[in-house]
Design a protein around this ligand. Structure first.
Ligand SMILES: *Cc1c(COP(=O)(O)O)cnc(C)c1O
Length: 396
């Protein structure tokens, strides 16, 4: 417990602490170099290998690699035939790509609120946002915390809606004892450096539907009936056909080579993050009313992000605390803003989402990555506890 009496005095300056860093070592370097040396750098054998590594981790029947999670979400909208005149329910409290994917196909995002403890949409918050034109739901596992997806799936079935799971941050998280995405009809993952498993840019779709997987493989490469890789390995000349309007959403073999190495590290990455999260809970437990990200009842998070919510009684504002942390070399961040307040969506009908708005105002994301040291984590906690105990000595 940190009280006014025994609070540690942090020292200013010191080494910068990053917000997030990928866990790379010589193995990723060697794998990427081998892809370059092979001469095959676009989608090829290494992409196939990476897809099967992710299918194994997620325990999903099919995995389709794409160039980003945003591309995956776009393909979800295309594959389910969403278009102009259709509404799609999305959380406003999400990275803006979730709502943008709806726009790409000319449909309208309808923003749903989230629940206050785990910051995810629920069947109830989605149901409250339903419109007569609603055709689909994009449910997000925010910051890796699994959404309670079964009741959402039941709602989608009842209403005849398509369900896309934006699991951008959630590879390695679990839902009811199984990996997130294991039972999803369409789950989309991201391998951007801000996530846990990193390929630079990159994404993956997992599904249990063989036909959907085959269509997605076609859509990611211009609608071609046969991949360049397969054509190359045929002994006879193959004439491809273009069956529908597709996209260039391919992952490269250089990225996939890095992904194969990262996939093997995922269990230890999750273990380390859960350790660091437990320690944050200990170090910050003395600040009264400070809420911290934790496991929901229905699953375990991979702690892709460690957020805290400042209580009403905290002595300085969220933005002042961020500025103080910065002076101590600590790169914390404000939580994600609400999409419904962004200029990009100002043409939509105004909507009040009190829980999302409160979270967007009060949340801070603390540094969390595989090689965050115990000392650095202590420094971060010392500032947050110190400001609580004696704010004046931090405000000069
Ligand atoms: C990061 C993120 C995305 C976008 O992922 P990219 O791979 O960068 O396109 C989409 N949705 C959510 C919830 C995210 O956190």
């Amino acid at each position: 417990m940190t009280t006014t009496g025994d609070v540690r005095r942090p020292t200013r300056g010191g080494r910068e602490i990053a917000m997030a860093l990928p866990w790379f070592d010589e193995r990723e370097v060697v794998a990427a170099a081998a892809a370059v040396q092979s001469g095959w750098v676009s989608q090829g054998a290494r992409v196939i290998e990476f897809e099967s590594a992710i299918a194994d981790l997620v325990e999903a029947p099919y995995a389709v690699a794409v160039s980003s999670c945003t591309a995956a979400l776009h393909l979800g909208m295309v594959a389910y035939g969403i278009g102009p005149g259709d509404d799609v329910l999305v959380p406003s409290l999400s990275f803006v790509a979730t709502a943008n994917a709806v726009r790409y196909v000319g449909a309208r995002p309808i923003f749903a609120d989230v629940e206050p403890r785990h910051h995810n949409v629920t069947a109830a918050t989605l149901e409250a946002a339903l419109t007569p034109a609603t055709r689909a739901i994009i449910a997000v596992d925010q910051y890796g915390t699994p959404a309670d997806i079964e009741p959402i799936r039941a709602l989608a079935r009842r209403r005849g809606l398509a369900l896309v799971e934006d699991a951008a941050c959630a590879v390695g998280s679990t839902y009811r004892g199984r990996p997130v995405g294991a039972d999803s009809e369409f789950a989309a993952f991201s391998f951007h450096p801000r996530k846990i498993l990193v390929t630079g840019e990159g994404g993956m779709i997992t599904t249990g539907d063989a036909e959907l997987a085959e269509r997605l493989r076609r859509l990611r490469q211009h609608g071609m009936s046969v991949s360049t890789f397969d054509r190359h390995h045929e002994h006879r000349p193959v004439m491809e056909q273009y069956l529908e309007t597709g996209y260039n959403y391919r992952l490269t073999d250089i990225q996939a080579a890095i992904g194969v190495v990262q996939a093997a590290k995922l269990p230890s990455m999750v273990r380390r993050r859960r350790e660091l999260a437990r320690r944050y809970h200990e170090l910050l437990g003395g600040v009264p009313g400070l809420e911290m990200v934790t496991d929901p009842e229905h699953g375990e998070t991979n702690y892709q992000t460690f957020w805290v919510m400042l209580p009403d009684g905290y002595p300085v504002s969220r933005d002042t605390l961020l500025a103080i942390l910065k002076r101590y070399g600590i790169n914390a961040r404000h939580g994600i803003p609400c999409a419904h307040h962004e200029p990009a969506f100002s043409d939509l009908d105004p909507v009040a989402l009190p829980v999302s708005e409160h979270i967007a105002q009060q949340s801070i994301l603390l540094p969390l990555f595989h090689n965050l040291s115990d000392d650095d984590q202590q420094r971060i906690a010392d500032v947050i506890c110190g400001v609580w105990a004696d704010p004046r000595s931090f405000l000069d």
